[in-house]
Each structure stands twice: as C-alpha cells, then as structure tokens.
Design a protein around this ligand. Structure first.
Ligand code: GLU
Length: 239
C-alpha cells in the first residue's frame, strides 16, 4: 500500500508534503519522492530509494519550493525499487502524476504511446498514466478533461494526484479502487491516501467515492461523479 500526498496553496508546500509522507510510512514502501511547481512554472523533483528520511536529507541539502505539488511513497508492483521507477512520474516537463494501484493494461498502452513518440524513463505501469494524461491534455487543453479521458483507457485500480505546469495552481485527483481523501484548509487544499497524513494542516476532510474526480485549486473544490455530474460530498471533522 503506497501513500499519496498533494497540495495546492499560497505557501511553500514542500514541508507539508514531506510531513505527510512521514505520516504514511506505516503503510510500507520502498522509495519516496516529491515534485513541486516552482516560481518559474517548472517542475522540481527529488526521488530516493529507501526511507522518507533519506528524501528529507536530500531536500535539506538541495531545497525545492513551490505552492503546488505531489508526493509519494511507492510499494513497487511493476519495475524494481529504483530512483527512476519512483514517483512522481513526469511527462515532457508538462504533467506530474502520483499513483497508487495497478494499471493492468500498461503493456498495450505503452506500445501505443511509444508509436506516438512518448519516451519512457521507467519500467512502471504508472508511467503510461502520465503519458496518457499528457496525450489528452494536448488534445483537450484542459487538465480535468485530460484526466477524465485518460482514466477511461485504464483497466485496474488507481488513486491519482495530477498537476501540470500548464495550469500551475490546480490539482486533479481521481479514485477507483484505491482510497483518497481531500483535506480542506483556509484558502488551500490537500489530498492524501489517509487523513492522518494531513492532520498538521487541517481537520476537515471530504472522502472521495468510487469513480469520483476532484478539481482542486487553493480556493475552490469541485467534485464530479463517474458520470461527470457535479456532486456534494459531505465534509467531516476529525479529532
Ligand atoms: N504500480 C505502481 C508502481 O509500481 C504503483 C505502486 C504503488 O501503489 O505504490 O509504481
């Protein structure tokens, strides 16, 4: 069981993401990584095999800062536990994805994407997700639409956190078969595999239901069901 953390805020989110990963360590993992969108709207990413502490030490040596970002503790299912297989995965310096679960039809998608010219830098099933989202982002021009179309091509289970430098103050989350919770802050929002990851920053949570998508910005949250209807999901207070 891996861990996902994400944030969109008006402050530097790297320490929030790192603390979130520490709080998800109990789930078990073999590598960890974080990617943020920096002030120049480019990705800064650090990934390490082993403990979150080793990621923390690398970040201390070479800090990265950004107001939007995603982070991950990986439990390898496809591809060895190496730095290049660790999440977040980034496509063409445009889209970054963290993924919990398995994309069963990854081999078939990989073949199509290679024909399209996408370059693979990992052995994971997850990398096909980031390429498929970039493929639809080019076609649709909108990150939510891109994620919505991409997931219809996936067989398997996923919780996804997606950010793009083309729309730097926005994060899209989607879940099917893997848990995902949204943390509601004051002018900021977070996602995580488990609410405990976000307790230092909020006590208000919305639990996504199967097939839900969330369109998340610092000051807004819109949730859609599988059919694309806007839905209200009750916010719960946690102690
Ligand atoms: N299947 C993905 C991988 O091997 C995600 C594993 C996970 O849920 O940590 O990278």
């Amino acid at each position: 069981m891996c861990g996902i953390v994400g944030a969109v805020a008006d402050r530097n989110v790297t320490p929030i993401l790192l603390e979130g990963l520490r709080r998800l360590e109990y789930r078990g993992y073999d590598s960890a990584g974080v990617a943020v969108i920096d002030g120049g709207a480019c990705f800064d990413r650090v990934r390490r095999v082993g403990k979150v502490q080793s990621l923390a030490e690398s970040l201390e040596e070479s800090p990265i800062r950004g107001q939007t970002g995603v982070a991950h503790t990986r439990w390898a299912t496809h591809g060895e536990p190496t730095e290049s297989n660790a999440h977040p995965h980034i496509c063409e310096e445009s889209v970054a994805v963290v993924h919990n679960g398995i994309i069963e039809n990854h081999a078939e998608l990989r073949e199509q994407q290679q024909l399209e010219g996408f370059r693979f830098t990992s052995d994971t099933d997850t990398e096909v997700a980031v390429h498929q989202i970039e493929h639809y982002l080019r076609e649709k021009g909108d990150l939510l639409e891109a994620v919505r179309h991409a997931v219809t091509d996936f067989d398997g289970a996923y919780a996804l956190g997606v950010v793009s430098v083309r729309d730097p103050h926005r994060m899209i989350a989607a879940r099917s078969g893997s848990p995902l919770v949204i943390g509601i802050g004051l002018g900021e929002h977070f996602i995580a595999s488990d609410a405990s990851a976000l307790l230092p920053v909020t006590r208000r949570f919305v639990y996504l239901e199967e097939g839900d998508f969330a369109d998340i910005r610092p000051d807004s949250l819109v949730i859609y069901d599988k059919q694309g209807n806007v839905v209200e999901r009750e916010a719960r207070e946690s102690n």
